[in-house]
Design a protein around this ligand. Structure first.
Ligand SMILES: *Cc1c(COP(=O)(O)O)cnc(C)c1O
Length: 408
């Protein structure tokens, strides 16, 4: 007889022993008061907290333009879409959103998925069906959704060291010249906040006749004059074959997509099970996302404020001598380098200061590089920043963590 419960206990105990068991903090954001939220403590009491680790980077999740579009769509059309895209689930809202996305990235077409995770998984696992003998070359720090997609695609794959162009070139040089190839990478890697070398990778793709697949999840809405991402900022959009993005982070709603040529989108649409066999997004979600994209195409102010907030927070924390990982993006990782202390600082920030930042430990990041990862936004005001900086100052001393030489 199998003891199924004992197996489950073993699996969960393994995580406890490795200090990797995840606990979720129960919070409820308050519309109009972001970044404030209510934390429902395990004992049932409620405490006001400031969220410092959200991915709603620009506060669009409470923006009146987005909410209005969602309310309107719900009142007009009801709750769910009522079907898969193929069978009664394609609405004018989905079509409008896809047109908005294609225009955003300067591509002929776009294709919606229920999340960017699914978009990565479904697209990357489908490409080998379209290009027989496909070889995927993937950055080692690519997001789990890309790794899973590549795995599910069951084709030949090669991993290049993170952002290492020489290694990428060496791999490409060793592959058959006539084999179809895709280079898969990200524009911003969210744990360090560093940028992928987009132009140099596109140059290599040209040289070796490969397609380029870029995940701009942590850049869309936030970079480029219309918020299309880092490729737009750097004038490289036409050199990317397939864009992947999310509607759940800077756009503040939910959903994911790819943008590419009409032919590419038609083929993925026709062959990807992760697109075909699932209920399409609720029309109200599509309406909210489209409103958010449209708004951010025309509002550079919010992007400027966002960058200014990130720069200000980095400056303040650096001023205390805290080891900030700074690659010039909007993400503010503070290196702790010890899983216990990382968790302890996070616990105390929450308990004693009402500051919510999730500790980032192994396996999300390598052991010894445990960190706190702050995501400042235009809705974090001066008082919230002051509170965070003061709390970090105190806890850093309390935990006897090193500071940089202040004169250095
Ligand atoms: C969050 C994330 C995704 C998944 O996006 P969702 O829309 O939340 O599924 C994909 N890629 C990267 C790099 C991410 O950080």
């Amino acid at each position: 007889m199998n003891d199924y419960n004992a197996c489950l206990d073993t699996a969960i105990d393994r995580l406890h022993e490795e200090g990797r068991y995840r606990t979720f903090i129960d919070i409820e954001r308050r519309r109009g008061q972001f970044p404030h939220a209510e934390w429902k403590r395990p004992d049932g009491t409620v405490q006001d907290v400031t969220v410092w680790c959200g991915n709603d980077y620009l506060g669009m999740g409470q923006h009146p333009v987005v909410l209005e579009a969602m309310h309107e769509a719900i009142d007009a059309t009801g709750a769910g879409s009522g079907g898969t895209r193929n069978i009664s689930g394609t609405t004018v809202y989905h079509k409008r959103l896809e047109a908005e996305l294609a225009d955003l990235h300067g591509k002929e077409a776009a294709l919606l998925f229920t999340s960017a995770y699914i978009a990565n998984d479904a697209t990357l696992s489908t490409l080998p069906k379209l290009f027989p003998g496909l070889i995927i070359i993937s950055d080692e720090l690519n997001h789990a959704s890309m790794i899973e997609g590549i795995r599910h695609g069951n084709c030949e794959k090669h991993i290049f060291r993170h952002n290492d162009l020489a290694h990428l070139r060496a791999i490409l040089s060793g592959l058959p010249a006539d084999a179809p190839k895709v280079i898969a990478f990200e524009s911003i890697y969210s744990m360090d906040g560093d940028f992928g070398p987009i132009e140099a990778i596109c140059d290599l793709a040209d040289e070796f006749n490969a397609l380029t697949y870029i995940d701009e999840v942590h850049a869309v809405g936030m970079y480029g004059p219309r918020g299309a991402g880092v490729a737009e900022r750097d004038g490289l959009m036409d050199r990317i074959d397939i864009f992947n993005g999310t509607l759940g982070k800077a756009y503040g709603v939910m959903g994911g997509y790819i943008a590419a040529s009409a032919k590419m989108v038609d083929a993925i649409r026709s062959y990807a099970p992760g697109f075909i066999f699932t209920t399409s997004l609720p029309p109200a979600v599509a309406a909210g996302a489209a409103a958010s994209i449209r708004f951010l195409k025309e509002n550079q102010d919010l992007r400027d404020e966002h960058q200014a907030q990130a720069a200000a927070l980095k400056l303040r924390l650096k001023g205390l001598g805290l080891p900030i990982i700074d690659h010039g993006s909007h993400i503010v990782p503070v290196h702790v380098g010890n899983p216990m202390k990382c968790k302890m600082i996070s616990d105390q920030l929450l308990e004693n200061h009402g500051i919510y930042v999730q500790p980032i430990n192994f396996p999300t990041v390598p052991r010894g590089t445990e960190r706190l990862r702050f995501t400042p936004s235009p809705v974090h005001g001066p008082s919230e920043i002051d509170e965070l900086v003061n709390a970090m100052d105190g806890l850093w001393s309390h935990c006897a963590l090193n500071r940089a030489d202040m004169a250095g």
